[in-house]
Design a binder for this molecule. Structure first.
Ligand code: HEM
Length: 511
């Protein structure tokens, strides 16, 4: 999907209009060449009905083909969410509304309960859109039928203006290429090097202490966002955005709230970073109609300019640095010295666009997930003081009060790991995700009846958020925050026999 300076709505029209015109051209050809003499009103009717008739015929032929395949495979269709309006527009509106109320899983929960199936067909604008929270189905997409499921052109279409062709937004050989160039960097020594994180954590804690000394509350999510942005930019680019240098906001009910904080240069980057991600999330909910809502202007464009203006000079600087090191023995030697992901990438390619997309994809992948986990962990700990006390005791016993933790300490902190796992279970940072089927297949049904038929060329959404909260998979207390479920007999009862019920990292750890 090449980048385009044409606004998304206009581009979409240019791409779809030829398809829409085809039936009209066909009727025109018929009229000109036909010996058939029809009155003008009959030709007018033929023109008006040409598009819907072709559309319906296409769908009927597809339906017949699928029905014969379903019979051959001894399968059945996935149940469709009932709709009131044509094209399921009402379902789409409910999806958008359930997001604005902050409870984005409401719609899915209601419908899966109503239909008695954890796989449903949302069926938008005449096309199947499947949605599942079944571990077997998710396992099929991520592992056993990995080659039959890709991110797909729809996902890449609405993500492209932000993610470009980076690892998150590519399939097949392009995906292999991106993984290939980054993977060697994430060696064990690098990801267990806590120095960068210790430095920024100290700064964040200092800022928080200052705020508490003023007798004021603070927004921990904001602190986590700054901490992760600063540490991730330093880790990836070797150049920190320094968002922690900017004043923390006061809570809305503080008398200091109105006091105008001096803007910091990092604010622009942080705000643009957030906006661009919100916008692509919004596109995903508008399905194929999203370009119509950005008819004249790509709404991520201004934010991405701010982001690219920040990243590109750093990349160019790294390329210059590489050129000046040309007298060094070999590429491998340079590579050994690479301290940041950027240093590593400039050894692989000189293409600024590739490096920019790659680093930015990993910035999004690593930063938001970590921020979300930290924020929800603090939220859950503040609601569960007994868990907090137990965790504190473990950390004080193993690490003590003075020195920063090491990787060996972290390995010993079993309860800490359980707290993080339980946080990731209830609030997985990637709660919903999407794949696209290449060929048709069948998936086991929960009721033991005929398997579900999964057509070729269809989008399949899946939610680990919903799966992690299912009482039939996790036991009656599935909605409670209880880290001990990762340590006591419940592990053997639920998780060990069915490890795919816990997938915060999809089918593996990152990278
Ligand atoms: C709590 C922390 C994290 C969670 C829950 C998490 C979760 C995930 C998930 C669910 C995916 C799969 C997305 C998909 O295939 O559609 C993913 C992919 C990825 N993550 Fe993470 N992640 C975390 C931290 C990180 C960090 C710290 C980094 C790097 C610094 C990172 C780098 C990546 C990359 C590069 C991918 C793409 C891999 C690929 O497509 O092959 N993640 N992560």
């Amino acid at each position: 999907m090449p980048p385009s300076s044409i606004p998304p709505g206009v581009l979409h029209l240019l791409q779809t209009v030829p398809n829409l015109l085809f039936p009209l051209v066909f009727v025109y050809g018929l009229q000109r060449s036909s010996t058939l003499i029809l009155p003008t009103y009959a030709w007018a009717l033929t023109y008006v009905s040409a598009i819907p008739v072709i559309f319906l015929t296409k769908h009927i032929l597809e339906y017949i083909k699928e029905e014969s395949e379903i019979r051959r495979l001894g399968a059945r269709r996935v149940p469709i969410i009932p709709r009131r309006w044509p094209g399921g527009i009402d379902v789409m509106i409910r999806a958008i509304e359930s997001n604005t109320t902050g409870k984005f899983d409401d719609l899915w929960k209601e419908e899966t309960e109503r239909l008695g199936s954890y796989i449903v067909d949302v069926h938008l604008l005449g096309d199947a859109f499947l949605f599942t929270a079944e571990p077997d189905h998710i396992k099929a997409m991520l592992a056993t039928e990995f080659d039959n499921f890709e991110k797909g052109t729809y996902f890449q279409w609405y993500m492209h203006s932000v993610l470009g062709t980076g690892v998150f937004n590519s399939d097949g050989n392009m995906w292999k290429f991106h993984r290939g160039i980054t993977r060697p960097y994430f060696a064990r020594e690098r990801i267990s090097d806590f120095e960068t994180f210790n430095h920024h954590a100290d700064l964040a804690i200092k800022k928080m202490k200052e705020r508490f000394a003023e007798g004021e509350a603070l927004d921990f999510q904001d602190v986590a966002a700054r901490f992760t942005l600063d540490s991730a930019t330093e880790f990836l680019f070797g150049s920190c955005v320094e968002s922690l240098s900017s004043a923390l906001p006061y809570s809305w009910n503080s008398s200091r709230h109105q006091a105008k904080a001096k803007p910091h240069s990092s604010d622009k980057f942080a705000v643009a970073f957030g906006h661009a991600q919100d916008q692509v999330a919004h596109r995903s909910r508008l399905a194929s109609m999203w370009p119509l809502f950005e008819f004249w202007k790509d709404k991520t464009k201004d934010d991405m300019k701010i982001i690219h203006d920040y990243i590109e000079p750093i990349i160019k600087g790294a390329l210059v640095k590489k050129a000046s090191k040309n007298d060094m023995d070999s590429l491998e030697k340079n590579n050994e010295l690479a301290t940041t992901l950027l240093d590593h990438l400039v050894q692989q390619t000189d293409d600024v666009g590739v490096i920019r997309d790659e680093t930015f994809n990993i910035l999004i992948a690593g930063r938001d997930t970590t921020m979300s986990t930290l924020t929800f962990a603090i939220y859950l700990l503040s609601e569960n003081p007994n868990v907090l006390a137990k965790l504190r005791e473990e950390i004080l016993t193993i690490v003590g009060e003075v020195r920063p933790p090491t990787i060996e300490d972290v390995k010993q902190c079993k309860y800490l790991r359980a707290v993080i796992n339980e946080t990731l279970r209830l609030f997985p940072p990637v709660p919903f995700n999407l794949r696209h089927s290449i060929r048709s297949t069948t998936w086991r049904a929960r009721d033991g009846g005929k398997p579900h038929y999964i057509p070729a060329d269809v989008d399949v959404g899946y939610s680990v958020f919903m799966m992690h909260r299912r009482t039939d998979l996790w036991g009656p207390d599935a909605l409670q925050f209880d880290p001990d479920r990762f340590l006591d007999e419940r592990v053997h009862k639920y998780l060990t026999p069915n490890p795919m019920i816990f997938l915060p990292f999809n089918a593996g750890k990152f990278l």
